[in-house]
Design a binder for this molecule. Structure first.
Ligand code: GYE
Length: 325
């Protein structure tokens, strides 16, 4: 009985090995033990989220035995396009990237397609009409994130009398998360006409950007009740501006953010932020998996959505000790 099971297990692993080797061979056209080479064009290092995302991609590549070529575009589309072109020239097996903005990718994606190098979008989407320019898109549902943020505010404002003045600190202009989070939030707060966005500006997903924008908002608006920041870092910058203006974040002005990185969760646990919608940066393992499948000629889903939750102050306090990012 034991022997039979053992043989079955051995046969299964031999099969798995052949399948795996076949995939690599097909991808590289070379020896069976040649590593997959992935070119990854990262957005930048603008936020705690991004740092965690970079770490996840780099560590997962190592674990998966993928040879990773990594570039940081410093939040500039032209740098990302340059990086992608250089990966095409180097004839990498697969290109993955997180597009800083949604528009303007068709030409370079067509170049990759012509060179027969598959492209995987991670984290952020492109608005290309031609879906054959990339194999799959792995990342969060940003509209849903904005909606969750808005729905919390609708519930929290039920007993408020009079208009609730909201200021919005948007993410990078033209990026998928900024466009979609704005849309989802606006849709959700329509449920209560007393919720009004009185000002909205980009803080570029950075702490310093969030602080600057909030300083200007505070100068120009005598009554601000709520800040909706498109990520934790912007919210943390806004906290600095609010405190410098002699107000109490989380009490005088409520704050809602998205991401749930450690610094954000710490501020939530301390009551300086009131609610955080999670956006997971840990996409590395799934990305390596998808790359292997694509190169083995397997069909992969067009869209892979990350699973996420939300946090109140109590939930943040509980989750913090084991938070990975
Ligand atoms: O929310 C923000 C980062 O694209 C989901 O980019 C990502 C966003 C994330 O800078 O912190």
């Amino acid at each position: 009985m034991f022997k039979k099971t053992l043989i079955a297990v051995m046969a299964a692993s031999a099969l798995a090995l052949t399948a795996c080797g076949g995939g690599t061979q097909a991808a590289s056209g070379g020896g069976a033990d040649k590593k997959i080479v992935m070119g990854f064009a990262q957005v930048g290092a603008e936020s705690g989220w991004r740092t965690a995302n970079t770490k996840s991609v780099q560590e997962s590549a190592k674990t998966a035995g993928v040879d990773l070529k990594f570039s940081d575009a410093q939040q500039k589309q032209e740098n990302q396009i340059k990086a992608i072109r250089s990966y095409i020239q180097q004839k990498v097996d697969v290109i993955a990237f997180s597009p800083v903005v949604e528009s303007g990718w068709d030409t370079v994606l067509k170049e990759a397609k012509d060179a027969k190098i598959p492209v995987i979008l991670t984290d952020r989407a492109v608005d290309s009409a031609d879906k054959s320019l990339y194999k799959t898109f792995l990342g969060s549902d940003f509209v849903l994130e904005g909606k969750k943020a808005g729905e919390w505010l609708v519930g929290d404002s039920k007993s408020a009398s009079g208009t609730v003045n909201i200021v919005e600190i948007q993410g990078t202009t033209g990026s998928a998360p900024a466009n979609d989070r704005k849309q989802g939030f606006e849709e959700a707060i329509k449920a209560d006409p007393k919720l009004k966005i009185i000002a909205s500006q980009s803080g570029d997903f950075t702490r310093s950007g969030g602080k600057q924008v909030m300083e200007a908002f505070l100068k120009n608006n005598p009554k601000i009740d709520v800040v909706f920041a498109h990520n934790d870092d912007e919210g943390l910058g806004a906290i600095e501006a609010i405190e410098a203006a002699g107000k109490v974040p989380g009490k005088d002005i409520k704050i809602i953010t998205i991401d749930a990185v450690k610094d954000g969760m710490t501020a939530l646990s301390a009551g300086k932020i009131n609610y955080i919608v999670e956006c997971s940066p840990l996409l590395g393992t799934q990305l390596m998996d998808l790359a292997k499948k694509v190169l083995a000629g397997e069909t992969v889903p067009e869209r892979v959505v990350t699973e996420e939750t939300t946090f109140t102050q109590e939930q943040a306090t509980k989750a913090l000790p084991t938070r990975q990012y």
